[in-house]
Design a protein around this ligand. Structure first.
Ligand SMILES: NC(=O)c1ccc[n+]([C@@H]2O[C@H](COP(=O)([O-])OP(=O)(O)OC[C@H]3O[C@@H](n4cnc5c(N)ncnc54)[C@H](OP(=O)(O)O)[C@@H]3O)[C@@H](O)[C@H]2O)c1
Length: 291
């Protein structure tokens, strides 16, 4: 039997780089395209690529993921994070490929003080959150929309790498906010579940994060500690003390309960503390945080 093919869009991003080996381990052939090879906003190019490749599945990792940028580049945010996802869905339907697309905890307004389940009402506070919520409508076409959060992997850019670089300078003042709580998630852990959801063509909206919750300050302390730095060097501030203030409003609380995975009997991902400690050890061991 020939190996199934998956097309990864946004192929140079951190999640796509984690997804490639996860699919390959399960026997998939992976074709990864970033914007230079396939701009997902280009409807003709998307249809042509899928009709030439005829993949079994598409994992859409392409996005404008910078929420502050989305506030100023609003048209591009909608074109990339919403319209293009619907284009991918239409093209997938034509060739009977399954689409899995990635959404975000920023679809919620953060007024909860207990973790959000998939069926909780979404109410985004930012353009980024609005575009992601709109894109999730592809779940009603039989496709999969996965909400994840606070992502960091071994390859690509992320905040944990930034924390480690800052910590290298002993003179550096560091502070992260202690009044935003979420679900830190390691890209490689997320990728393993994405392969399963995609292979099994599980339609609907899924929350997929590492277990547990943290503030950015707590995450930063754990990153320093895991790297052998003194966590007491980390300062804590409130969101309204950020200078300059961020353009996009973040939810104060966006912890995701992975209820749909539980319902489907899919094992929970490890606690974020263990996953992040392992990630940090790897990033320090091979200098990956400097790249
Ligand atoms: N990172 C997080 O904390 C986080 C949290 C929740 C959800 N997510 C979602 O998870 C997914 C993967 O995120 P990530 O962290 O891997 O992001 P990433 O590293 O920024 O990767 C996204 C990739 O998509 C590319 N891209 C942008 N516009 C494109 C277009 N029109 N056509 C094709 N490719 C395009 C980007 O290129 P450029 O770099 O040149 O723009 C980048 O290489 C995204 O949907 C993101 O919104 C991320």
């Amino acid at each position: 039997m020939t190996a199934p093919t998956v097309l990864l869009t946004g192929g140079a991003g951190q999640l796509a780089q984690a997804a490639r080996p996860a699919f390959e381990r399960q026997g998939w052939t992976v074709v990864a395209h970033d914007i230079d090879e396939l701009d997902i906003r280009d409807r003709d190019a998307v249809f042509a690529a899928l009709s030439a490749l005829r993949p079994r599945a598409v994992l859409n990792c392409a996005a404008i993921r910078d929420a502050d940028l989305c506030e100023v580049d609003v048209d591009n945010a909608w074109a990339t994070n919403d319209t293009a996802v619907h284009t991918l869905a239409d093209a997938c339907a034509e060739v009977d490929a399954h689409l899995t697309t990635i959404s975000s905890d920023y679809v919620f307004d953060g007024r909860h003080d207990v973790p959000y389940v998939e069926t909780d009402e979404a109410h985004p506070l930012s353009v980024y959150g609005e575009t992601k919520l709109a894109s999730e409508a592809v779940a009603q076409q039989g496709f999969t929309a996965v909400r994840t959060a606070w992502l960091a992997g071994r390859l690509g850019a992320n905040t944990i790498k930034t924390m480690l670089r800052l910590a290298d300078d002993p003179e550096r003042q560091m502070a992260f906010v202690d009044d935003q709580r979420g679900s830190p998630t390691v890209a490689e852990d997320l990728a393993s579940v994405l392969v399963r959801l995609t292979a099994e063509r599980r339609a609907g909206v899924y929350h997929v994060t590492n277990s547990g919750e943290a503030s950015w300050y707590e995450l930063a302390c754990h990153v320093l500690d895991s790297a052998g730095h003194d966590p007491a060097r980390m300062g804590r501030i409130a969101t309204d003390e950020l200078d300059p203030p961020r353009a996009a409003t973040r939810p104060a609380y966006s912890v995701l309960d992975n209820a749909a995975l539980r319902r489907d009997g899919i094992p929970a991902l490890p606690d974020w503390r263990d996953a992040v400690a392992e990630l940090v050890r790897d990033l320090v061991a091979d200098g990956g945080y400097l790249r």
